[in-house]
Design a protein around this ligand. Structure first.
Ligand code: PRT
Ligand code: MG
Length: 228
């Protein structure tokens, strides 16, 4: 699990001389810890065990806010956080308005795929004139992918457990993230197409970058140095 936490957070002072970083808990938080450490930043609490949504750090001028993965770009877009870490999947759905995307952190890696029940004839379903129903949380990316292939697709928006949709007749196929492939296998589905590789990026509020350059640049540099 998480390696270490600062025994006591320094008292955060909100001002132009402080920065707020938006993170989601789970895999992104865990894989970000070593990057934070490289920047000399140690969180004062573990969001897995603490219910705090604002987490101090060993530095009085740096704090973390813990939000849903899909909400990270929104917090940064409106300047409620200066920096954030979000998956490419999430950033593509958000659209990136107001965000400067300086760094691929190469963490939380997976791929966005098309998957179908084993035995489903995806090649036939991809032919011109054919029409299929696809369930996904990733409407933007799915629409772009199928449009580029000239496929006719009815998209059904879901918020989770996409793997269930083809099993109960809600859809013919899904567009979802795959990492080990274990979830697809457990549900008798197979990957038929990779849409794109996914990793998480550091995003920055454009105004913050101008106003707080002296604080933000060293964090960007430390993160860049820590990314292999
Ligand atoms: O969980 P919650 O609903 O709160 O939000 P979330 O799912 O958006 O957040 P989280 O923390 O689960 O994921 C955050 C980010 O991690 C995503 O936006 C991706 O960029 C990245 N990531 C990396 C993944 C995975 N790997 C991953 N495997 N996100 C989700 N999964 C899911 C996938 O959707 C599928 O259900 O894991 C399942 C497949 O995993 P395997 O290993 O069985 O293939
Ligand atoms: Mg999840």
């Amino acid at each position: 699990m998480t390696p270490f936490f600062a025994s006591r957070g320094a008292e955060f002072v909100s001002s132009v001389s402080s920065i707020t970083l938006a993170l989601s808990k789970g895999r992104i938080f865990e894989e970000t810890l070593p990057l934070l450490a490289a920047a000399g930043i140690v969180p004062a609490d573990n969001p897995e065990t603490s219910r705090k949504l604002i987490i101090g750090t060993n530095r009085a001028d740096v704090r973390l806010v813990i939000v849903r993965a899909t909400d990270v770009p929104t917090y940064v877009q409106y300047g409620a956080a200066d920096l954030g870490i979000a998956g490419r999947d999430v950033l593509l759905e958000h659209g990136g308005a107001g965000l400067y995307q300086p760094l691929d952190l190469d963490i939380a890696r997976c791929r966005l795929c098309v998957a179908v029940p084993k035995g489903f004839d995806y090649a036939a379903a991809s032919k011109p004139g054919a029409r299929i129903r696809v369930a996904t949380k990733y409407i933007h990316s799915a629409k772009a992918h199928f449009a580029a292939k000239g496929m006719h697709v009815d998209l059904i928006k879901l918020y989770g457990s996409m793997e269930l949709a083809p099993l109960v007749g809600l859809a013919d196929a899904i567009v979802d993230l795959v990492s080990t492939g274990g979830t697809l296998r457990a549900n008798n589905l197979e990957e038929v197409e990779e849409i794109m590789p996914i990793s998480s990026r550091l995003v920055c509020n454009q105004a913050s970058l101008k106003l707080k350059r002296e604080l933000i640049q060293p964090v960007l540099d430390a993160f860049a140095g820590a990314v292999k």
